[in-house]
Write a protein that binds this ligand. Structure first.
Ligand code: UGA
Length: 448
């Protein structure tokens, strides 16, 4: 019979582990939830007395305030946590699939606590990471020296709404234990249990199909710009057909985030290793379209500013990959700013949540051949949208933060160099209104 879960250990205190397990603690007061991570600074931040948490997500602080010290704990003692038993959730990440390195086999990062710690012989291990085939690879890693754990532990794999049994039969216990945790707040008919491959492929497929919708609409935005159609009108009309549906059809400067690109690249890798090159090429094109969209947008900025931005000041509003997060992984803003830098423009950046250290890290990583000190001569991080726009010749909107919809554009206009340009990469400004104020507005998916 499945063990009754009274303890959950989460390995990894990042964007997935933190919020997921905070919610488990909130919804399951009878379960003691411990989140471990090797990164001391990150754990200190989760434990900080004034709740300066390491990640931002609306509502998260309230959940942590309600549970921390009650049934939610953060620690760097991975080994002790693992030996404590109970259900183990791992968010250990795979090496990031990168466009330049298509052929890299996804593998567990050597930094993963999973690679460093011994697993007890009887624990339910479930992975909320998406790449395929996570569970099978962890399983095959087990006997190796990486995991100093003889008798093989029990595995199951969990995705957003599904969990999968895995042989040996105790895998069914792990699956049932996990389903029982979720049953505390998720209606049982919404908890799907499927086989290992279906489970993992479903997660990849869901993200690939969502990303594909964005690449499709972004591909159409290029046609709109060349013809006179308006991408918002096209998306609205197409989405009216309930088989297509209205959601996730917002044209943009390109999708970002830690999941879409990585999951598609894993799908590509999987297809290639299964000798399905046509399938691999099909999905790869979704990512290539996304790269094209980012390139196209920065080129449009340069073209519009009379073919050169050298020495000009550009305000970039938003650095996070989407609104309501401080997460910058694969953010389109990084690529745009790198392009502007290499055209020798000056860039002012403002984001309501992303901390300056993160911005410097990302820009440094994006231009490996340029010393950070040189980048800092060209880039300034600002404390407000208005400050960023001061003396700029152009404003580029890269993230759809709500506060950017509420900007006092007349005020901004007064402080900008003229002619003042606005490039809306998120379709959030009222182009007509801004044009009346005096701006030259360029919008994705609309002709100049
Ligand atoms: C995505 C999926 O949406 C989640 O269902 C999944 O659980 C998660 O990945 C994961 O694998 O963990 P996430 O990457 O956090 O979630 O964010 P999304 O809201 O999906 O946005 C991804 C990117 O697409 C963002 O850059 C966003 O701005 C962009 N986007 C989204 C558009 O450009 N247009 C749209 O219409 C929607």
């Amino acid at each position: 019979a499945p063990q009754k879960v009274t303890k959950v250990l989460c390995i990894g205190a990042g964007y997935v582990g933190g919020p997921t397990c905070a919610v488990i603690a909130l919804k399951c007061p009878h379960i003691q939830v411990t989140i471990v991570d090797l990164n001391q600074a990150r754990i200190d931040a989760w434990n900080s007395p004034d709740f300066k948490l390491p990640i931002y997500e609306p509502g998260l602080e309230d959940v942590v305030r309600a549970c921390r010290g009650r049934n939610l704990f953060f620690s760097t003692d991975v080994e002790k946590g693992i030996q404590g038993g109970g259900a183990h959730l791992s968010t250990s990440s795979w090496r990031r699939g990168r466009l330049r390195r298509w052929r890299h086999r996804p593998r567990l990062s050597s930094k993963s606590p999973l690679c460093r710690a011994a697993l007890p012989s009887r624990c339910a291990l479930s992975s909320r990471q998406t790449p395929s085939p996570t569970a099978a690879s962890i399983f095959s890693l087990t006997p190796s020296s990486l995991l100093r754990a003889p008798p093989s532990p029990t595995f199951s794999s969990l995705t957003a709404s599904s969990s999968a049994p895995f042989r040996p039969p105790e895998g069914k216990d792990a699956c049932a234990a996990l389903a029982a945790i979720y049953a505390n707040w998720v209606p049982t008919e919404n908890i799907l249990t499927v086989g290992l491959w279906s489970s993992e492929l479903s997660k990849l497929a869901a993200n690939a199909m969502l990303a594909q919708r964005i690449s499709s609409i972004n591909a159409l935005s290029a046609i709109c710009e060349a013809t006179g159609a308006n991408i918002d009108e096209v998306a609205n009309a197409v989405g009216y057909d309930s088989r297509v549906g209205p959601k996730f059809l917002k044209a943009s400067v390109g999708f970002g985030g830690s999941c879409f690109q990585k999951d598609i690249l894993n799908l590509v890798y999987l297809s290639e290793s299964l000798h399905l090159p046509e399938v691999a090429a099909y999905w790869r094109q979704v990512v290539e379209m996304n790269e094209y969209q980012k390139r196209r947008f920065s080129k449009r900025v340069v073209d519009t500013l009379f073919n050169t931005i050298t020495g000009k000041r550009i305000a970039v509003l938003g650095f996070a990959f989407k609104a309501d997060t401080g997460d910058t992984r694969e953010s389109a803003a990084i690529t745009l700013i790198r392009d502007f830098q290499s055209e020798r423009a000056f860039v002012n950046i403002y984001d309501p949540q992303v901390v300056p250290e993160q911005i410097w890290l990302d820009l440094d990583e994006a231009s490996p051949s340029v010393p950070l000190d040189n980048i800092k001569k060209q880039v300034r991080i600002c404390g407000s949208a208005l400050e960023a726009c001061k003396d700029a010749e152009a404003v580029v909107i890269a993230t759809e933060w709500k506060e950017f919809r509420e900007i006092d554009w007349s005020e901004v206009y007064k402080h900008m160099k003229k002619p003042a340009f606005v490039f809306d990469g998120r379709l959030i400004v009222d182009a007509k209104k801004l044009t009346e104020i005096g701006f030259k507005v360029t919008t994705i998916g609309r002709p100049a």
